[in-house]
Design a protein around this ligand. Structure first.
Ligand SMILES: C[S@@+](CC[C@H](N)C(=O)[O-])C[C@H]1O[C@@H](n2cnc3c(N)ncnc32)[C@H](O)[C@@H]1O
Length: 266
């Protein structure tokens, strides 16, 4: 489907003021936000610039949605006369977010189209996720800045993309026995969607339960476990047979596979 057929593109084209987005974003916006159209939601966009995206989101979500804009530029306040709620502040300041959520309460969706530095994106993620309602989303856009050297000083260990990979590890610590993180978001983040240039975190506290083993207690046919069975044609099987060894050779097989896998990480 061409991006021109998306609902968000139509909303963008019909906006009253200038708005700059990327063509690939429109089908993604439709996928991520379609379910909230016509609903009584609170939508927040960080980054107002010329105001065009405020009108785009009003067109897209409809009259029932409350549209809030955040920007560093005090001139952005002018858009309040059109019924938008505008906050002037810095997305990289924790104190800004504390006072913002104190006034606004929990919200449904936050879209970050602000300054796009690692620091801004990471502080925004850490401060905003706990204040998003269940079934809501935090969507960080322009995450390609994690790979750009000029002005963004990336790639870096501390890029936003590496931070979001850390959240993948974080939510996997809901599996028993895995080590927890400081600044964990695992009790909020149920799902992460990675697109080109966009990462979306879906919040659902009720579904973020620690995982537990469960047995249906039905009759077992006592099957043989084939998980660690060596291929009889393999080198390790021949060694095991020749020396009549008890070891199941999982570690040497793992090391050999690491060598074979290296090329997929280049
Ligand atoms: C890419 S523009 C936003 C474009 C707008 N969303 C649109 O689609 O037309 C980025 C905006 O983020 C604002 N900005 C940059 N750094 C910021 C920060 N630390 N906190 C809040 N806003 C910031 C800039 O003032 C600028 O207006």
């Amino acid at each position: 489907m061409s991006y021109k057929n998306s609902l968000s593109y139509k909303s963008f084209i019909n906006s009253k003021y200038s708005c700059i987005k990327h063509t690939n974003y429109f089908p993604i916006y439709d996928q991520l936000f379609k379910q909230y159209r016509g609903k009584n939601i609170i939508f927040v966009e960080i980054g107002i610039f010329s105001g065009g995206s405020l009108f785009m989101w009003r067109n897209f979500f409809g009259k029932k949605a409350k549209i809030i804009g955040i920007d560093l530029n005090p001139a952005s306040k002018q858009f309040e006369k059109y019924g938008f709620q505008i906050f002037i502040g810095d997305q990289s300041k924790k104190s800004f977010w504390d006072s913002f959520f104190k006034k606004v309460g929990k919200v449904d969706i936050i879209l970050d189209d602000g300054g796009h530095t690692n620091y801004q994106q990471i502080i925004t993620t850490n401060k905003c996720i706990p204040m998003i309602k269940d079934k809501g989303k935090l969507v960080i856009e322009d995450v390609h800045t994690s790979f750009i050297k000029q002005n963004w000083y990336n790639p870096s260990k501390y890029s936003f993309i590496n931070y979001s990979k850390k959240i993948i590890e974080d939510i996997n610590t809901r599996f028993p026995g895995l080590k927890e993180f400081d600044y964990s978001l695992k009790k909020y983040v149920y799902k992460i969607d990675f697109y080109e240039s966009i990462v979306s975190f879906e919040i659902n506290r009720k579904l973020c339960k620690n995982n537990k083993f469960i047995d249906n207690k039905k009759k077992s046919i006592s099957p043989k476990e084939y998980r660690n069975k060596l291929d009889e044609k393999s080198f390790f099987f021949q060694i095991k047979k020749y020396f009549n060894l008890k070891s199941n050779f999982t570690y040497p097989v793992f090391l050999l596979n690491v060598l074979k896998l290296k090329k997929y990480f280049k």
